[in-house]
Design a binder for this molecule. Structure first.
Ligand code: ADE
Length: 226
C-alpha cells in the first residue's frame, strides 16, 4: 500500500510514522508513506496556497491550483483507489472503515487547513471525506495521522502477532477484555484466578464473557449495530 499525504504543515507529520509498529510496516516494505508539501506545487512566486473566501469573512481558503497539481503529479505515476479529504463533514472513522481502507492499494489524503479547501476540489477531485470525530481540529494533519495509524496496523504482516488485530476492541463490535501481566499479586492487587489456571478453554470463555459484559456496560451502542 502507498499513502501520499498532502499538507501545508509537513512538520506535523514528521514523527507519527517514524516509530514502533508503523515504522516496522514501512521497514518491511508493506506500506510506503510519503508526505508532500502542497506549497511545492504552487505556481505562485511566493508559494501561496490560500486566498480570501468569496463569501468574505475571516479565514482563508486553500486554492485549487496547488492541490490539483499535486494530485495530477501523483496520478501520473500510479493509479489511486481513493482521494480522501479530512474534514469534520466526512463519514466518521470507525474500525469497519479502517478495515475497508486497509484493502486499498494507493490512497491520497488531503489535509485541510485554514477555513478549508475550495469546494470545487471536493466536488471534482475528492472521492471520500473522513472525520475522526465530532470536534474541530486546527487542521487535518492529526486526523490524517489517526487514519493512517488505524489503517496501516491492519495490513497483513504489519503486526507481528497476526491474530492481535483480530482481537482488537471493536473488531467484533466488542470491547477488549482486561489484560494482566506479572506479578500475579501486586501488594494485594490480584490477577483473576482463572488466568492462572492454565486452562485455555476456560480462559477464552472468561475473556469472551468479560468482553461482552464490558461492551454492554460501557458501549451498549456497539451491540445495537449488529
Ligand atoms: N479537520 C478538522 N477537524 C477534523 C475532524 N474532526 N476530523 C477530520 N478532519 C478534521
Amino acid at each position: 500500500m502507498r499513502i501520499d499525504i498532502l499538507t501545508v504543515v509537513p512538520e506535523l507529520l514528521e514523527s507519527p510514522f517514524q516509530h514502533s509498529i508503523i515504522k516496522r510496516g514501512r521497514d518491511k516494505g508493506l506500506v510506503e508513506i510519503v508526505v508532500h508539501n502542497i506549497r511545492d506545487f504552487s505556481e505562485d512566486k511566493h508559494r501561496k496556497v490560500d486566498d480570501y473566501a468569496f463569501s468574505g469573512g475571516a479565514g482563508m481558503v486553500m486554492t485549487i491550483q496547488p492541490i490539483e497539481s499535486a494530485i495530477n503529479f501523483l496520478k501520473a505515476q500510479r493509479e489511486y483507489d481513493a482521494v480522501i479529504y479530512t474534514s469534520p463533514d466526512g463519514i466518521q472513522l470507525n474500525q469497519k472503515e479502517s478495515n475497508k481502507l486497509s484493502l486499498l492499494n494507493n490512497i491520497i489524503i488531503i489535509c485541510g487547513h485554514y477555513k478549508g479547501i475550495d469546494q470545487r476540489i471536493r466536488e471534482h477531485l475528492v472521492t471520500m471525506e473522513i472525520s475522526i470525530g465530532d470536534y474541530v481540529l486546527t487542521g487535518g494533519e492529526l486526523a490524517a495521522a489517526v487514519i493512517v495509524d488505524s489503517v496501516v496496523r491492519l495490513i497483513p504482516g504489519v503486526l507481528s502477532d497476526e491474530t492481535s488485530a483480530l482481537t482488537d476492541s471493536f473488531q467484533d463490535n466488542l470491547l477488549s477484555p482486561p489484560v494482566y501481566t506479572r506479578p500475579a499479586d501486586y501488594n494485594g492487587w490480584k490477577v483473576p484466578e482463572i488466568l492462572l489456571s492454565g486452562n485455555d478453554k476456560l480462559i477464552n470463555e472468561w475473556q469472551e464473557k468479560l468482553a461482552y459484559e464490558r461492551t454492554k456496560k460501557l458501549r451498549p451502542d456497539l451491540l445495537k449495530n449488529e
